[in-house]
Design a protein. Structure first.
Length: 381
């Protein structure tokens, strides 16, 4: 994302978990394919471009290979704010004489979109007049951005509800902001602890945003003791039992935890099911888990998992961010060595995951980074 912002003229430094952004030079209205193709979240620059420059040309985004994820709700929201949208050979082009607030619904056939909610909230913050936006996402990610914008001077009411009211302001100011902890990262470490029969405490976790993850782990038989923002995770895998999961929008079970739980359930004797309602094709990791000895079959948006007593290490390929995490989780419990290729996906959602897991006693290392186009992570039982 820093690379995308730099391509638009901003000065961005990212060091020691802190990003510093100077947008004074942000005058370029085109985000080229070479940068946007690497990450779907690159489309987030479109709202700020329209608000600040009144023109945006953004390549159709790339990134994780988890099926169709249309950007129609982003464009629908921009049009509701007065932008004119055209498609130009792989690029989305939006122009406006000045964004203006209006009342519209942002939900689509698949429900609410976190990305569209964030993009439209940014654009509406600098629009003329008031925007009343129904059907917005309630995920913590969207709430966090609205809180961030409010501290910068945006006027947003209803944050966390299904309808927000955004009263446009002339400008926003720079601030210092600490981003909340990531519930998906915390949940991933919880599954890693559980699958290895470990006993560890996760500190400063966003516990109030993790109810469905915590409850599902407890249904399986994993011990989860919550003390403020700390969570102790423990339990013997021999006592765990299968369960059935259905992904849903927040506060339901998050689709971004589906793959990690599948890795865990693959090691629990009995039959478990996972129904994916957000991205029906988000099962790219199944073939790779099966290479490690899992017994999983997929039909009609549902995965049926027959738990096995032991996974085995194997060379596997990461197809997307959460699939990468699931393969790491599986590798921690698999007998022998697991080599996970194309782990550049994992770095978008986990900072130094191998260092953090090593701190818990995992035998894990990043390899081939200096010499290979596609770096790998090696995990030992």
């Amino acid at each position: 994302m820093a690379e995308v912002l730099r391509s638009l003229g901003a000065v961005v430094d990212f060091e020691d978990s802190t990003m510093r952004i100077d947008p004074a030079g942000f005058t370029i209205h085109e985000a080229p394919y070479d940068t946007v193709r690497k990450m779907r979240a690159s489309i987030y620059v479109m709202g700020p471009m329209l608000a600040r420059l009144k023109r945006a040309k953004v390549s159709l985004p790339g990134g994780c290979a988890i099926g169709s994820r249309p950007v129609d709700l982003h464009l629908k929201g921009f049009e509701a704010l007065g932008a004119r949208i055209t498609l130009d050979f792989g690029y989305m082009v939006a122009e406006t004489d000045g964004l203006k607030g209006s009342e519209f619904n942002l939900s689509g056939a698949a429900g609410s979109s976190v990305g569209a909610t964030c993009n439209i909230a940014m654009a509406a913050s600098l629009a003329e007049g008031t925007a009343i936006i129904h059907g917005v996402a309630q995920e913590p990610d969207a709430i966090e951005l609205c809180n961030f914008l409010s501290q910068m001077g945006a006027q947003i009411e209803g944050t966390g509800s299904r309808t927000i009211t955004v009263r446009g302001v002339k400008s926003l100011k720079g601030i210092n902001y600490r981003v909340a902890a990531d519930r998906i990262e915390a949940g991933t470490f919880m599954t890693a602890i559980a699958i290895t029969g470990g006993d560890a405490v996760i500190e400063n976790a966003p516990v109030h945003h993790m109810e469905s993850t915590i409850e599902t782990l407890r249904e399986i038989g994993v011990g989860v003791d919550v003390d403020g923002t700390n969570m102790r995770v423990y339990g013997a895998i021999s006592s765990f039992k299968p369960t059935n999961i259905q992904t849903w929008t927040y506060p339901g079970f998050p689709t971004d935890m589906q793959a990690q739980f599948m890795a865990l359930l693959a090691t629990i004797p009995g039959t478990s099911t996972i129904k994916e309602t957000i991205y029906a094709d988000r099962f790219m990791h199944v073939a790779e888990l099966n290479r490690m000895g899992a017994q999983i079959r997929v039909a009609g948006g549902m995965a049926t998992i027959e738990g096995v007593s032991r996974l085995g290490g194997a060379p596997v390929m990461a197809s997307d961010l959460r699939a990468s995490a699931a393969l790491v989780v599986a590798g921690l419990a698999a007998e022998g060595t697991t080599v996970i290729n194309r782990v550049y996906h994992i770095d978008r959602g986990y900072e130094s995951i191998e260092r953090k897991l090593s701190g818990l006693g995992a035998n894990i290392a990043r390899v081939n980074e200096a010499t290979e186009v596609f770096p790998s992570i090696q995990v030992e039982e």
